[in-house]
Design a protein around this ligand. Structure first.
Ligand code: AR6
Length: 182
């Protein structure tokens, strides 16, 4: 499923983000950039130890990465798959919706895309940020993610393709329904 926008195309993909041949992939990290489970674990495993070393260098400089923020590293062994950069962003932990979780989630997508544009990436892939360990309801997260990506692709030149990579059939279905209604 895809949507053509003014400056690029948005594609929904059912698959694994580490297998996407795009310039940049986005990691749903935590504030310490220590690595973890879920998509973070999968990306670190596929990229190898260099990614962790680069993340620790960043943390030495900035202390911690706040929810909504985004930083980048190289891609370690993922370079062999054509991936040049990993963009690390931290989604909000879902606490019922009254703690500006939506704003933080939207910033993850917008800041990651701004960073990708500055790096010169022409293609990038997102996982469904915050909807695993961080508990964000996927229907709500899908609407925010897709709206932010569409708006960025309608207003900024540079990125020609954004893949939203959904790991489960259920998530893919929810994102597809959400895209139809936007
Ligand atoms: N490719 C694409 N999506 C994936 C993959 C993959 N290989 N593996 C899992 N997902 P989560 P969060 C999906 O928990 O909610 C980590 O420990 C998964 O099915 O990875 O932002 C971090 O270190 C789900 O839909 O991220 C943080 O501590 C989505 O990725 C914390 O979890 C996000 O789930 C971040 O939690």
């Amino acid at each position: 499923m895809e949507r053509r926008l003014k400056y690029g195309v948005l594609r929904l993909i059912h698959g694994d983000i580490t297998e996407q041949g795009v310039d940049a992939i986005v990691n749903a990290a935590n504030s310490s950039l220590m690595g973890g489970g879920g998509v973070d674990g999968a990306i670190h495993r596929a990229a190898g130890p260099e990614l962790h070393r680069e993340c620790m260098e960043i943390i030495k400089k900035i202390g911690r990465l706040e929810p909504g923020g985004a930083v980048h590293t190289g891609s370690g062994r993922l370079r062999e798959r054509g991936i040049k950069w990993v963009i690390h962003t931290v989604g909000p932990v879902w606490r019922g919706g009254k703690y500006r979780e939506a704003e933080a989630l939207e910033r993850c997508y917008r800041n990651s895309m701004a960073l990708a544009r500055n790096l010169g990436a022409e293609s990038m892939a997102f996982p469904s940020i915050s909807t695993g360990a961080y508990g964000y309801p996927v229907e709500k997260a899908a609407e925010i993610a897709l709206y932010a990506i569409i708006d960025e692709l309608e207003s900024h030149e540079g990125i020609e393709e954004v893949r939203m990579v959904l790991y489960s059939t259920y998530d893919f279905k929810i994102y597809a329904e959400s895209l139809k209604s936007l």
